[in-house]
Design a binder for this molecule. Structure first.
Ligand SMILES: Cc1cc2nc3c(=O)[nH]c(=O)nc-3n(C[C@H](O)[C@H](O)[C@H](O)COP(=O)(O)OP(=O)(O)OC[C@H]3O[C@@H](n4cnc5c(N)ncnc54)[C@H](O)[C@@H]3O)c2cc1C
Length: 471
């Protein structure tokens, strides 16, 4: 019988959620084990998700700038451009990330163990290494952070060569001439707009009339317009009846309205599935919802108080930023440290081209709650910085209460949206007034100036409301 090693905290999975949980535990002086089944640490965020997709995006943006600067040169990418060329910086980025994270784990005295973990009971974890050796570990607190993988619908024959998912997409050797993308979520829209900017003929297909259903409709419309102006095509409100590789040169997609699309490659981005199957959760009496997620409370606690579930495998948006915050939050709760209320203002950043971001209430949810909120708009056409950089298609929306006193939320589409939103985040967290955006001086020219323009818009509407009441 193998003896078990005892820790204060065991974390399963070394993606963003697990790492932050482990570091938080160690910083509080606890003896922490972090178990990871893969050789590298960083999870899908580093190897198949955030970092590779954003590296490709950066290449696409650089090439686009070059193209625009040299319009007269008629610069286009060769049809046989290798994906590896576009991802040339990826290896350096991943290496830098890996070495930073490894150092951080070492510095904090965290035991990083490589193996596949599963529950034997509510307090005992068994870890199996690649050579088959088994080790038992026990802890007072267990954090499950095993993340997710692309959902593979049975009716779509994903072969990872012609019909790919987000894990295999970047293993394509060459930039395809055409790409059909199934899905209207974040991954579909991000990759769709990146490949479109690279000159690939992209068709996005989804059953919803508009993509990104959870985002402000005005922002999404602007994104679809930009995507289509770029040469992409969005086919909304369509059901797929058949997808097949024709064994010659095309992926053939048939839609319920009779349309047939032929593309060189296809990306299937129809949601994610959490990694729970291998964990033997029943041994720990933990339930899994119909969607395959582990139900948790606001502190990420499962039904079993000392077991927490964080990141992609728990309910909520599948974002690295949310995963990290949950990892930190769960451990702080377990250790009786103050958790703060940051979870109520998790920002949303979508790296489409153009990018989008949101924090707090959007127009729709503010109308449901406040009936008549005020919405301030700053079109990037009015922002000098955007005019200078030729990024005039953006929009910043500021949502305020009906009196126009307090900020309730901010939504942005356009250049630097994912950075800009953090000004709104700090303002929300410190209950800033709308007037404070006018009382403060903004650098000129900056994108941040859009806040001032939107605040002025709101105060103009307040004055009109007051005048109408007085009349
Ligand atoms: C294409 C793409 C683009 C994305 N872009 C962004 C973005 O721009 N911004 C953003 O915030 N998010 C983005 N995301 C989402 C982000 O990558 C995820 O939300 C994040 O990685 C989730 O972190 P996690 O720690 O929950 O899980 P993961 O990162 O999935 O990590 C889980 C880890 O657990 C390990 N594991 C699983 N089972 C076991 C087991 N039984 N034993 C031991 N180890 C196990 C896995 O090997 C893995 O390393 C993107 C995702 C994709 C796919």
């Amino acid at each position: 019988m193998s003896t078990s090693v005892t820790y204060d905290i065991i974390v399963i999975g070394a993606g963003p959620a697990g790492q932050k949980a482990a570091v938080q535990g160690a910083k509080a002086g606890k003896h922490v084990a972090l178990i990871e089944r893969e050789r590298g640490i960083g999870g899908s965020c580093v190897y198949r998700g955030t970092i590779p997709s954003k590296t490709l995006r950066e290449s696409a943006l650089h090439l686009d700038q070059l193209k625009r600067a040299g319009e007269a040169l008629q610069f286009t990418l060769k049809p046989d451009t290798q994906i590896a060329t576009l991802l040339s910086r990826l290896e350096n980025v991943v290496r830098a990330h890996d070495s930073f994270m490894s150092q951080q784990l070492r510095r904090n005295g965290i035991s990083l163990l490589h193996g596949r973990a599963h529950f034997l009971s509510e307090h005992i974890i068994e870890m199996q290494t690649v050579d088959g050796a088994r080790q038992q570990l026990t802890a007072d607190t267990i954090i499950i952070a095993t993340g997710s993988r692309p959902r593979a619908p049975k009716e779509i024959p994903i072969d990872h060569e012609h019909i790919l998912d987000s894990d295999s997409l970047l293993s394509m050797m060459y930039l395809p001439q055409s790409l059909a993308v199934l899905g209207g979520g974040v991954i579909a829209c991000e990759y769709g707009s990146i490949f479109s900017l690279l000159g690939v003929e992209v068709t996005l297909i989804d059953r919803a009339q508009y993509p990104l259903q959870f985002m402000d409709r005005e922002l999404v419309k602007q994104f679809v317009q930009s995507f289509e102006r770029q040469g992409g095509r969005y086919l909304g409100g369509r059901e797929i009846t058949e997808v097949r590789w024709d064994n010659v040169a095309h992926v053939v997609t048939r839609l319920s309205d009779g349309t047939t699309i032929k593309s060189e490659k296809m990306l299937v981005a129809l949601g994610r599935q959490s990694n729970v199957e291998d964990l033997n959760l029943s041994a720990a009496k933990i339930s899994v919802s119909e969607k395959g997620l582990i139900p948790t409370n606001q502190y990420c606690q499962t039904d079993i108080a000392h077991i927490y579930a964080v990141g992609d495998m728990a309910v909520g948006p599948a974002l690295a930023s949310k995963a990290m915050e949950e990892g930190r939050r769960a451990v702080r709760h377990a250790l009786n440290l103050p958790v703060g209320d940051a979870a109520s203002t998790i920002p949303m950043g979508i790296y489409t081209i153009p990018e989008m971001a949101s924090i707090g209430l959007d127009e729709k949810s503010a109308r449901e709650r406040y009936k008549d909120p005020l919405i301030g708009r700053a079109k990037f056409e009015e922002v000098a910085r955007a005019q200078i950089s030729g990024a005039g298609h953006g929009l910043l929306k500021m949502v305020a209460d009906p009196e126009g006193e307090h900020l309730l939320g901010v939504q942005v589409v356009g250049d630097s949206a994912t950075e800009l939103v953090h000004i709104g985040q700090l303002a929300l967290q410190s209950s800033a007034t709308i007037e404070s955006f006018i009382d403060n001086i903004f650098n000129f020219p900056t994108y941040a100036e859009a806040y001032r323009i939107a605040a002025l818009d709101i105060l103009g509407q307040v004055a009109k409301r007051r005048a109408a009441k007085a009349a």
